[in-house]
Design a protein around this ligand. Structure first.
Ligand code: URA
Ligand code: URA
Length: 266
């Protein structure tokens, strides 16, 4: 469909240029003064049409959204973890810009995310959104996804969250890998230990892993603390650490950083 539309537009453009060329030629042939168009410039203009045409047909919009759609559809009916398929309200695929340069990876949906169908919308999510905005991005400019697309089930009547099991992670990870392969962000950010385990396959000490560049396939990966860790541990020094990690991300993306941004949480 898209190709047809662009071919059609190109035809219209060619027709329009033909009209312009004909009009200029008519003016020249009648010997009128303005506008002047020599044979050489008309010839150049004519050639320009041919040279420009392929570029003018290129669509500025990418097809990443279209590539993500079938994966989202498969996820929405996934029953590979029957216990999670039974207990979830809905799957939580991911949110944001499919053309994002920056992609955040969290752990799994919590109760709020399970209810809304969108990652990071609860308390930790609000903090993540603030971090993203402080970096100078709108939430809608980046992409946000989790290792697990279902909320980890909790025993009847118990509140809170549990981390995904290794089997749940192995089962769900191919979806995340597909998302990353399509989006191809310039930088990935792993939020917390579960994201690290999912992306790197290692269970390390967050204190040692964070703040350093790692890589996932060929994509630079920054590891930082999970926003819920910052909610549990309100000390300014921990906030500053996450912020320093995000400054490294901004540098890697070659984004401008203001003096004010450099000094946040100091
Ligand atoms: N924590 C996560 O890791 N992901 C969410 O989507 C929400 C909270
Ligand atoms: N420990 C974790 O598991 N995650 C964090 O983000 C910080 C400490």
């Amino acid at each position: 469909m898209r190709r047809k539309t662009s071919d059609c537009l190109a035809t219209v453009k060619d027709t329009a240029l033909d009209l312009v060329l004909n009009a200029l030629e008519a003016i020249r042939d009648r010997g009128e003064k303005l506008p002047s168009a020599s044979r050489i410039s008309l010839d150049r203009l004519g050639r320009q049409v041919i040279v420009d045409a392929p570029a003018s047909r290129a669509q500025p919009t990418s097809n990443k959204e279209a590539l993500l759609a079938p994966i989202r559809a498969r996820v929405s009916v996934c029953e590979k973890c029957p216990h999670l398929a039974r207990t979830r309200t809905q799957t939580v695929f991911g949110v944001g810009n499919p053309d994002a340069e920056l992609m955040f990876i969290g752990e799994a949906p919590g109760a709020d995310e399970d209810a809304r169908g969108e990652p990071f919308v609860g308390r930790a999510g609000q903090l993540l959104t603030r971090i993203i905005e402080t970096m100078g991005f709108a939430r809608s400019e980046v992409y946000i996804a989790n290792v697990l697309k279902c909320r980890p089930d909790m025993p009847r009547g118990s509140a809170g969250n549990r981390p995904p099991t290794p089997v749940e992670m192995q089962t769900c990870l191919p979806y995340l890998t597909e998302q990353i392969d399509i989006i191809q962000p310039k930088v990935l950010v792993a939020l917390g230990a579960t994201a690290v385990e999912g992306l790197l396959g290692t269970r390390g000490v967050m204190r040692e892993l964070r703040g350093k560049w790692h890589s996932h396939q060929d994509t630079p990966l920054m590891i930082t603390y999970h926003p819920s860790y910052l909610l549990r541990n309100q000390s300014p020094s921990e906030k500053r650490k996450v912020w320093e990690d995000m400054l490294q991300v901004l540098e890697r993306l070659e984004r401008p950083i203001t003096e004010k941004q450099r000094n946040y949480f100091r």
